[in-house]
Design a protein around this ligand. Structure first.
Ligand code: ATP
Ligand code: MG
Length: 210
């Protein structure tokens, strides 16, 4: 299965990607995680993208296309993959379409903006293993501490309220048009983000059967 996950920031893409990775036994390639790791490691790429990400702006298309061409040709992608965060613009989608990389399906997880704002404004992320929690919806067992690895939970710089609004606007302008792009090719499947993560996963697996 070669799958693209398309959804607004905060729609639960990353969480569903994890579930699908286990279900299909294929890796999730998360562009946000790759970029944040580069920032942490202080790489050249990290230096280029830090300012953009903190402002809620997109990384330039040519940078992303090069990065993903390299990543998707790695050995672990041979039996399939789940793309979380790429493509995010029509230019990126067209570049992928013209490459040797074949995509089977594109999944949209539909969540209204109001819910997204509520979710992102309470989101916490582990500073060590990047697992996400929420102040109300997915509380860690111990305040401020990751259930998985014991790392410190922090608010991501780009989860600050003003940046969240900017990221949503960027999504509507630049990424939402991809829904039509893939619907026209007959590749788009849509599931609805629900309160319970496992309910969303059930619907996701069902719509992917078609
Ligand atoms: P979520 O954490 O809910 O997935 P998100 O999708 O906005 O929210 P990430 O996918 O983690 O966040 O991406 C973080 C930032 O990295 C984006 O706001 C953007 O600046 C940059 N980025 C990630 N993928 C791309 C891409 N394909 N093209 C351009 N910029 C990207
Ligand atoms: Mg993401």
């Amino acid at each position: 299965m070669r799958l693209i996950l398309l959804a607004a920031p905060g729609a639960g893409k990353g969480t569903q990607a994890e579930k699908l990775s286990k279900h299909f036994d294929i890796p999730t390639i998360s562009t946000g995680a790759i970029l944040r790791q580069n920032i942490k490691d202080g790489t050249e790429l990290g230096k280029v993208v830090k300012g953009l990400i903190d402002k809620g702006q997109l990384v330039p298309d040519d940078v992303m296309i090069q990065l993903m061409n390299d990543r998707l040709s790695a050995d672990d992608c041979k039996n399939g993959f789940i793309l979380d965060g790429f493509p995010r613009t029509l230019t990126q989608a067209e570049a992928l379409d013209h490459s040797d990389i074949k995509i089977d399906k594109v999944l949209n997880i539909d969540v209204p903006d109001e819910k997204i704002i509520a979710r992102l404004s309470g989101r916490l992320e582990c500073s060590k293993c990047a697992t996400t929690f929420h102040k109300e919806y997915r509380k860690p067992a111990v305040d401020g501490v990751c259930d998985i690895c014991g790392g410190e939970l922090v608010v991501r710089d780009d989860d600050k309220p003003e940046t969240v609004k900017k990221r949503l606007a960027t999504y509507h302008e630049q990424t939402e048009p991809l829904l039509h792009f893939y619907a026209d090719k007959g590749m788009l499947r849509t599931a609805h983000g629900q309160e319970e993560i496992s309910d969303t996963t059930k619907e996701v697996l069902k719509v992917l059967e078609d």
